[in-house]
Design a protein around this ligand. Structure first.
Ligand SMILES: [Zn+2]
Ligand SMILES: [Zn+2]
Length: 180
């Protein structure tokens, strides 16, 4: 959506907005940081811009439901991601002297309008977590046999002895033999 800021530029003090932005990102799009994530409903965007004697400040909250998979065990994970943002709003001609990284702090007015969606998509890609876990202590999959270790041990670990500990294991085995 493009917000019409001409009333604010003409002296209005307040503008609020509340809209939905559909996220048509393919989960297979490998160019997106959001790869592998599905968004079943549009992103919700609410916020406002206040104009104090020409100094404009935007505050907004975006929230989006996601469906993805656990970064360790691949179990489905879903939830809602929320982000609060605040930016100074200014026409491009006032920002010409700023370097690229300073520009990130601004929402830039072009010809009286503010292109919200491009900015919000960039912000979402920057802030959205790279990976989710089904739970804090997810044990993941066994790298050897692929079993989900949250469902119990797979047996690989027990059978495999660290080569450095092998001599110790032999002594323990011997002691066990002698105790029989
Ligand atoms: Zn997991
Ligand atoms: Zn295993």
């Amino acid at each position: 959506m493009k917000l019409d800021l001409r009333p604010l530029l003409a002296g209005e003090r307040y503008l609020s907005f509340d809209y939905e932005l559909p996220l048509d990102i393919s989960p297979e799009d490998s160019h997106s940081f959001l790869q592998g994530t599905r968004f079943p409903s549009p992103m919700k965007v609410t916020g406002d811009i206040t104009n104090t004697a020409g100094y404009m400040r935007m505050a907004l909250t975006l929230s989006v439901d996601y469906e993805t998979e656990c970064g360790r065990c691949l179990a489905p994970v879903s939830g809602s991601f929320t982000l609060d943002l605040e930016k100074t709003v200014a026409p491009r001609k006032l920002l010409e002297d700023l370097t690229e990284d300073r520009l990130d702090e601004y929402a830039i007015i072009e010809d009286g309008f503010l292109d919200m969606d491009t900015q919000l998509m960039e912000q979402l890609e920057m802030e959205f977590p790279v990976r989710f876990l089904c739970r804090e202590d997810c044990k993941g999959l066994c790298q050897r046999c692929g079993k989900n270790l949250n469902e119990g041990p797979c047996g690989c670990v027990e059978r495999e002895i660290d080569p450095r500990l092998a001599p110790l294991q032999r002594i323990l085995d011997q002691m066990n033999e002698e105790n029989k």
